[in-house]
Write a protein of this length. Structure first.
Length: 296
């Protein structure tokens, strides 16, 4: 097995015996030349069904449980990514766009509490080299971005309520027609990839993505109720609530999440898209991640 360590942003260093690529904290497309060449060398011709052929199948096999890659390279290639969630997202994005998802990938997070670290585990270097592959769904955006740990859809104004609709498969997760709440309401959605089918799980965000002010012991619903009383706006003006809290009482799982609304921010693994959008779709890719994870 050939090992390539993508050391992103001066991340962890490990014993020798493998190729180390020193990459930026969030690698760009010009940083992956050596990884691209290694994949092409080990599998010059991919004789398995193409993405177009998979999509044309009537059985919609990509909605089933994640599968081991059918490709048979001349030598297994395992990529170890050390860095943050955005670095792992960048590597997955490159693999997806160049269509070599058969490459095995392990994550060595610099932040063991990050969303991707929680989902993938925090293996020691030796474990990352030796653990078996556990296929998992790859969630992507319609802009071609891979989600490693989590993503959010919120208002472009981080203090404002989300205005629009968010649907998971055919179920409505959030629907809001006006931005009237300040402390508790509909402020968007957060999604994470699931370990198995169908692909993603999403919850509603019920407090603003950002709010400045003095913390209070009042719950967000109580503070919102107080704000709406006569004179309540003035009394609650200097107060704040914890940002981006979610409602765990309703979790929707599905293959895709679609959002449409007024001036939305899309954040993938901590990186906010440069421009606001009016619609976005997250969905399960046709190929699965050949992930190297610590079983929960």
């Amino acid at each position: 097995m050939r090992l390539i360590h993508c050391q992103c942003g001066g991340g962890n260093t490990f014993p020798g015996g493998h190729r180390t690529l020193s990459l930026p904290p969030v690698p760009g497309r010009t940083d992956f030349g050596e990884l691209d060449r290694a994949a092409a060398e080990l599998l010059p011709v991919d004789t398995t069904p193409t993405l177009a052929q998979i999509q044309a199948r009537p059985d919609v096999a990509h909605m089933s449980e994640p599968q081991l890659a059918p490709q048979r390279p001349s030598e297994r290639l395992r990529v170890l990514v050390s860095g943050g969630d955005a670095a792992l997202s960048a590597v997955l994005t490159r693999m997806m766009r160049r269509d070599y998802m058969w490459v095995e990938i392990a994550y060595l997070p610099t932040d063991p509490a990050s969303p991707a670290a929680i989902a993938w585990g925090n293996p020691a270097f030796e474990e990352a080299c030796d653990l078996p592959v556990v296929p998992s769904p790859l969630i992507r955006t319609d802009f071609g971005e891979a989600v490693a740990g989590s993503a959010t859809v919120t208002s472009s104004d981080p203090a404002a309520e989300f205005v629009g609709e968010i649907i998971v498969d055919s179920e409505v997760l959030a629907l809001n027609h006006s931005a009237s709440a300040r402390f508790f309401g509909t402020f968007g959605a957060r999604l994470v990839p699931t370990a198995s089918a169908p692909g993603l799980a999403a919850v509603r965000i019920v407090t603003p993505a950002r709010q400045d002010g003095r913390p209070t012991r009042l719950s967000p619903p109580a503070l919102e109720w107080l704000r709406r009383l006569p004179g309540g706006g003035l009394a609650t003006r200097p107060l704040s609530v914890p940002p981006a809290q979610t409602d765990p009482s309703r979790v929707l799982a599905g293959r895709a999440l679609q959002a449409g609304g007024r001036a939305m921010n899309v954040t993938v693994d901590g990186r906010v898209r440069r421009r606001g959008v009016e619609k976005v779709t997250f969905y399960r890719h046709l190929r699965d991640i050949q992930s190297v994870k610590i079983a929960p």
